[in-house]
Structures are given as C-alpha cells and as structure tokens.
Design a protein around this ligand. Sequence first.
Ligand code: PEP
Ligand code: MG
Length: 868
Amino acid sequence: MVSIVVVAHSEELAVGVVKLASQMAGEESVPIFPAGGTEDGRLGTSFDKVERALQEALDEGDQVLILVDLGSAVMVTQMAIEALPSDAQDRVHMTNAPLTEGTIAAVVAAAGGEGIDGVRLAAEKALATPKVPELEPVEAAEAPSHEEPEAPSAEEPEAEGKSVEMTVPNPTGLHARPAARFVRTAMRFDAQITVQNVTHGRPRANAKSMMEVANTGTARQGERIRVTAEGDEAEKALEALRALVEDGFGEMEGEEQAAAESVETEAPEAERAEMPPETRQPAPEPASKEAGGLQGIPASEGFAVGPAFVYRPPALEVESRTVSDPSEEVVRLQRALEEAREQLTDLQADIAERDEEVAEIFEFQRMMLEDPTLVDGMEEEIREASSNAEAAAEMVTEEWERRLESGEDTLMRLRAADVRDAGNRVLRILLGMSEEQTLRSLPEPVVVVADELTPSDTAQMDREMVQALCMAGGGATSHVAILARMWSIPAVVGLGEEVLAIADGTPLAVDGHEGRVEVDPPEDVIREYEEQRKARAARLERAMAEREAAAVTRDGHRVEVVANVGDVASAREALEFGAEGVGLLRTEFLYLDRATVPDEEEQYGAYRAIADVMEQRPLIIRTLDVGGDKPLPYLDLEAEMNPFLGVRAIRLALRRPDLFQPQLRAILRAAEGRNVKVMFPLIATYAEVVQAKEALTEAHRTLAEEGVPHAETVDVGIMVETPAAALQADAIAPLVDFFSIGSNDLTQYTLATDRGNEELGYLFQALDPAVLRLIDRVIEAAHAAGKWVGLCGELAGRRRAIPVLLGLGLDEFSMTPRAVPEAKQIIRSLSLAEAKEIAQEALGMSTVEDVEGYLDAVLDDLEPPSAE
Ligand code: PEP
Ligand code: MG
C-alpha cells in the first residue's frame, strides 16, 4: 500500500486537503497524513511535523508519496527525507504534483491498489483535468533552482546543453575558496550552468549558487565533475570553467600550496588525523567542576594563564509576525542583505591586511548572501507566508544550516557555521542591533571565554592577544577547535554553561592537554602554568628550528622519524615538519567516499605524485585497509556482526584479486626509480604473508609480461596489529624486510576493546604493559632475524611514549607530521643506554597508570639536547 503525506504552509490547508482527498477514496481507506504550518500554529513549515508525518506514513505503507505546496515546504521536506535512514529514504518519493488535485488523484489511485509509480503518475497528471483549459495559457514557469527536489541523479533527465567532464585536481577539491572562484567565474557568463558530482552521482547544482555548489555540487580531489552550460555564452563559460578546474583553481603551484590550505581547508587538516590531544582518553564529562576548576574536552594543546574575557554577543530574538504588506518586507530584507554584504566587503579588506587567507571567509559569506538560492528562499517565504523579514531570514538560514550540518562531508558541515554567521549578520541589521562585540582588538593578553565562536569571530580575533579559548559548547572537532589547533592556541571546549558565569577579568589557568580550566587559582598554580606555557613554547620553537636535524641519541644511535600521510598535501606537510620520509601512506583516501573503485591508472597517478614529493626518501605504501568497519558501498560487502573481527584489510584483499592486483600493480609502477616499499595491513597468520607476497609476485609478472615499466624489487613489510602476528613475529620475520607496528589496532585487539568506543577509553591504552610486552617481543624477534621495526600507530608521536619505544629498540617512528619536530628533539635528548633502562623499568610495571606516571616523570627530568 502507498501512503501519502501532504506538506503545506498552513495546518488548515493540509488538514483540509487530506479530508477532501480521503472522501474520494470511497470505501478503501488510504493512509494519508497532513503536515501543515508550524508547531505553534503559525503559517510556515516545520521540520518536526514533516518528520513525524513521514514516520507515520512509513509505518503504514510500503512506499510513501509526498505532495508539497511551495517554497520552504520543499526544502523542509527534503531535509526530513535526508534525515531518514537510507533504507527508509528509498521508500519515500516526492512529487511536484499540484497539491489539491494531485492529492485527490493519488488517493484514488492508491485506493485502487496502484503501486508507487501509478500513484505518482496519477498525481502528476492531475492537472490534465477539465480545469486546465479554463486556466490556460499557463507559462511553463521554470521552478527556482532551490525548489528542485533532489532526485537521485539516475532519475534526473539529461541536462540540456553542452557539457565537459573533469577530474578535480587540487587537494582542497571544489570547496570554499575554489567553490567561490568557480561560482564567480560562472556568474560572468550569460548561460545557465550546472555542476554535478559524477563520482557520487549527486544531483546537478546551479553553478551560480554558492549554496548549491557548497552543498550538492561539492567534490573532493580526484572526483569527477560534469559542468553543463546552455545559453548564448555556454561555450565560453565551459571553456573558462574547464581552464579554472584544470588549473586547480589557481591553487596548484607554489611551494606554499600545502600551507596555503589555510582557513577554508580546516577539514582536510582535521581529516589528516590532526587529532585533538589525547583523544584516546575517555571523553571527560563536559563541565565537571573539580576542586576550583572546570573540566572540559581538550581541543588544542598548550598551557596559558590570563584574565577572562567573556565574550557575550547579544542574543538575537526574532519574533515572527504575519505582515500585511509582504513587498515592504522584501525591500527591508534586500536593504539588510545589501548592508551585510557591504560590512563583509569591508571586513575582508580590513583582515586581508594581516591575513589574506583568513579574510576569504568573509568573501565566502558575502557570496552566500547574494546567492539566489538563499535570497530567493527568504523572499519567497515573505511573500508566500506573509512573514516578516526577520522570521523569513532566520528560517531559511536555519534550514540551510541544518542541511549542511547533516551532510556526509566534514567540509560541508563546517560551512554550516558560515551560513549561521552570515545569517546572524543580516538579522542583527534587521533588528537594528549594532555591529556585534568583536574580538578584533583586545586591550591585553586574555583568555577568551564564550559559548561558541562563529567563523567570523575567530577570523577577526586578535591572535596576538588571545592566550587560550574556553568554550561552553562545541566538541573536539568543532570549527573553533580545528582553528585553535592550526594556530597553536590552547583550547578547551564543552565546558558547559558554568564557564559563562565567570566574571570578566577573573584569572584563569588553562591546560589544553588535559582539558582543565582553573578559575581564580592561587599564585603558585598560576606560576606553575605560566612556567609550563613558557617551557612548551620554548620547546616547540626550538624543536621546529632544529626539525631538519637527524634523530640521533646522545650516545650516537640513530633512528628514523617519518610521517603518516594520506595524500599529496599531507606528504608536503610532512617534509615541512622535518619528516625523513613516510612510514605509512593510508591508501584508503582513494577508495572512500566515492561511487566506484579507483582504477589502476588513477591509483598509479596518486601514488606517483606522493612518491615524487618524497623524492628518494622512503615511502611505505600500505595496501587497502577497508572493509568491516569502513564498508565501501560499491564493494557490496556483507554486513558483519563484528566488523573489526571480520573481512577487512588483507583478508578482503586476498579474496578480491580484482581489487588487490590493480593496487599492487599501481604501487609497483609508482615505485620505479623511487624508494617505495609495500606493506600489508592486519596480518594474523604466516599463511597470509605468503599469499600476499604471491599476489605481489603475480603483479610483477603481469607487468613484466606486458612490458609496463615498474620497480623490479620493492621491500615488503607487514603491519603487526594483531596479537597473533606479534606472537608469531619470529616465524614471520624471515618472510619480510620489515615490520611496522600498528599500535592502534594492536591495542584494540590485545585489550579486546573497540578503539572507537568512548565508554571503553580507559581500556584503550597503548601504554598498557600487555601492549608494551608484545612490542618488545616483536622488536626482539625482528632484530634476531636482522630486520628493522617501525611503529606507525598514534603511540609513536606521543611524547611520553618515545623514551620507552626508543629503549625497546624501535628503529623507525612514524607519526602525524606536526609531531615530528618534538619527537626528534626528545630522541636527541636521550642516550640509548638510559632509554633501555627506562624501557626495562616500564616493562616490569603492572598497570598503565604506573607506566604513564613513570614516563611523565622521565620527561620532566629530560634535559634538552645540547646545541651542536
Ligand atoms: C594502527 O592500527 O595503528 C594503524 C596505524 O592503522 P590504522 O590506524 O589505519 O588502523
Ligand atoms: Mg590499523
């Protein structure tokens, strides 16, 4: 049975249409649900109402047809559909059929036992009733672009006009700044232009709409987009856009490229495992008050002391009214938008004087405020629902914010904060409020306390004066947390409302490592934090200055310090931070978040580009580590009860030569003339190593047979991530050239603790004596066989772990790029002899707390290496 949902701006209208249509069903009752008006009975549409009606309709029918009236009803309904689980989404269909006639026709068809296609067709043809001739001529008015339901692209008709298809080449992809350039270019031409992410089969987006390009039109590096244009200047437009994309949006040249992925590329930074401090620890309860202090979530490392500067932008209170003259409200709205755009232009010019990259946030927001999708949505809400400008502006920005927030993409989610920010600027103008209190010029060094900071708050912030950030809200991956880490400002988030009660000027001591904030602490605590801050700043500065120096202990033992990377940008970053190569290239980046398997050619291109960045430095390419916990929709993998114990990593590769062979061939081709090594993940048995090596031999063989240039030999290693592999290390060692310990998985499997389960954070401890003993055993077995051992889990970059790993005999430390300078410095501060003693001491301990306490004391006593 098909059930029906009617979404309208008025409760009375929706209920009336439902009553009328139900009567037409005759004896048969068809499940039909109204969702009209707002929760408090006003004109408008309510996400919650639509969501409830959809749920009821899904409970009653196999398939659901939704009829909507206009404007925000379309958007709210789309959002409610997007919020459903994917299997439910497949059962829900939206139609552009006329509301009254369509609903009646649909109910009659459903009562007659039609399936969803029949019911939808009946609804959509409903205007072909005798009423139509009287109403004609009807212009086939083009629906505003934001009203187009986001049908899956497979169902979308082919776009008219000419098109070009391209791969997005730049690391940032079609996001933020590149998206702004793309839209600006499109706007220059007299043509209707759309952009579609072909890799994900997303719907077409209006290329002149910042909102649509930032939402459905977005694409990552390596993804395919199709640009279609129709109209007088279609060809010129396509040519210009093609040149822009192929040129990497002007971001592809220059050494500073990676660094230049500044503010608008926060997410890649985050996604490159730039993890908040100590994420392995159980997330502290937000805002627990402990002995004179507050406990929050650590978001950016470092210590700071300073007086509180409590940032309290006035609350925006929007009342919604029914207006008698909507045109007047539209004019008010347009003026406010104009003023907001002017403010943003001034801000951009102002901030650009000190930081051009950051200033582009404002350009991005300004483009949002001239975007037809957003602006038309607001105007339509005013006209259709007789809303006042404030209520319409608030509603439409909130809808877009929600839509972007629920997106699958981190970058898209971060854009939600920009929409809110820009929308609030318009609201402040409409409400006659003065320019918000800003953090632009602060009189003295302060600790900023706030509920949350918007992107423009953070962009304008006087970074010289901000010692630390203490946020009531937010998580460790929030916008402000990401920026704080980028700018090395200590930050604690999730402190709860309590922190906002702190009076301006109250002395605060902030520990961004543990997530502690001491409120009005005694003198000695202030002194201690101040010392810690100075010591850390000096340590980092010195480590950075000496990042190119080798990691040689005081008694002349040299180890390698390399980086974990995921793409070209992070490989460049690794070199900037003094890494001596790559100890782990996670090749998943090529496979995740797309619709098809990357072919050999694409993989070869990607690996070769990274190998070229590394020149002759070692580059260890790990073969595909997906499946189970990281399912790829296009692989059609079975859902598993225990995905971490299921068909993942090497287990999947060995079953699927169609995946494994192209990857191995691509690696061997990229390895020609470069220092590339290959590494197999999640090995549990000797037999798996044998089989994986056979697969590699097969790849060599076919390449040689086809005469394709490739490396004749490459070093082969395995990741030791299971207790089984650790215990069998002596047996396996003769088969390989090296081991690399994956301490993240090794910890999870040794302690039988899901590494992502925050409830069990107290067990997921890589310094647990059990894990240390396995590491010890692996290194000993490998050295006995003359093989070297690296470690590429999080543990390698942790300060307190470095002495013990060095003492256990680790040969290579591979970590997130930014941890490299300090890791090298710690190694240079130690002698191998003392590290060995430290390791033996730690190995003899019974609890992880003892080990950590002991290692912290070791670090405290560490003298910096003497300058050469
Ligand atoms: C590990 O398990 O330690 C590791 C480096 O691999 P990943 O984190 O990618 O599973
Ligand atoms: Mg792993």
